[in-house]
Design a protein around this ligand. Structure first.
Ligand code: SF4
Ligand code: SF4
Length: 285
């Protein structure tokens, strides 16, 4: 058993026994050796179900939305990506910081269950260590080799407008509008998503290029300055859409327009599209 896994179990057991948390969200082994799905541990005896191995890929923060008004604190195991997701939910007034107990785990990356190689979202990770936590398990991972976030976007920007349209149209043709990308996303935290407002009719029911583009592009703009780059949307997409290329194109544009910005890293830094300044540099102001 790994040191971290033993510490996870011990910490969860202790917190549950003392009644400091109501339950804890982590990972456990499921039916398949190459998968470690999320786990919800509600009693000290069950703490031994917790697992920490190469396949703890799923994000933990989004589940906090299912219990927005908890009777006690919720324990959450957070890596860098999860901790940014928690910050996202706090900044969007979906979760209160005092309602969560964050157990930080530095993470050097997880494996793709299909290939056994490091998962794409982990190869692209810029914050392997939790950015916020109440207790940290293990030593921090070195952060010296940060990947270049915008390489894919820069390559796409070289294409002509027609080529870009063709590229994205073909991607959206594949989308089956399962909404898995939205469901897993900590930035997609509206009480009612625009696609579910059928009476208003923002989103048509047909599965065709136009309707798929309405969904994909509207979602991208909705989360443009709030995406924490966890890569979960792309990971869960069953049709393999390169959603991070779209997310990072908007993030790159925002960085160029408003200065360097990474969502969910610092609670004190507001999303650039989420507030206004009287001395806004834009001419129309
Ligand atoms: S997860 Fe993929 S297929 Fe499903 S709605 Fe999102 S983009 Fe479309
Ligand atoms: S859009 Fe994708 S990468 Fe960004 S926060 Fe949502 S799930 Fe994570």
């Amino acid at each position: 058993m790994s040191d971290i896994q033993a510490k996870m179990r011990e910490t969860a057991k202790d917190l549950l026994e003392k009644g400091e948390i109501k339950y804890v969200i982590g990972w456990e082994k499921g039916r398949f050796p190459n998968q470690s799905p999320p786990a919800f541990i509600t009693s000290p005896e069950d703490a031994n179900r917790l697992a920490w191995d190469d396949y703890c890929l799923a994000g933990t923060s989004k589940y906090l939305l299912d219990d927005k008004f908890p009777e006690g604190k919720i324990g959450v195991f957070v890596r860098g990506c999860d901790s940014r997701g928690v910050n996202r939910l706090i900044q969007d007034n979906q979760v209160k910081r005092e309602n969560v107990y964050l157990i930080g785990i530095p993470c050097a990356g997880k494996k793709d269950p299909d290939t056994g190689e490091m998962a794409k979202k982990c190869r692209e990770c810029t914050h392997p260590n939790p950015v916020v936590f109440d207790v940290l398990l293990g030593e921090k991972v070195p952060e010296t080799d940060k990947p270049e976030r915008f390489n894919d976007v820069i390559a796409l920007e070289q294409k002509s407008p027609d080529e870009k349209y063709e590229y994205w149209a073909k991607q959206f043709d594949k989308c089956i509008r399962c909404y898995a990308c939205r469901n897993v996303c900590p930035a997609c935290n509206c009480r009612e998503c625009f696609v579910d407002q059928y009476q208003v009719g923002w989103q048509g029911k047909q599965n065709n290029r136009a309707e798929n583009q309405v969904f994909g592009l509207t979602r991208a703009y909705h989360i443009a300055d709030r995406c924490v780059e966890c890569g979960e949307c792309e990971r869960v997409c069953p049709m393999g859409l390169p959603l991070m290329e779209l997310n990072r194109k908007l993030i790159k544009d925002l960085n160029e327009l408003f200065g360097p910005y990474e969502s969910g890293v610092d609670l004190e830094v507001k999303p650039p599209l989420g507030f206004y300044k009287n001395d806004d540099p834009d001419e129309y102001m």
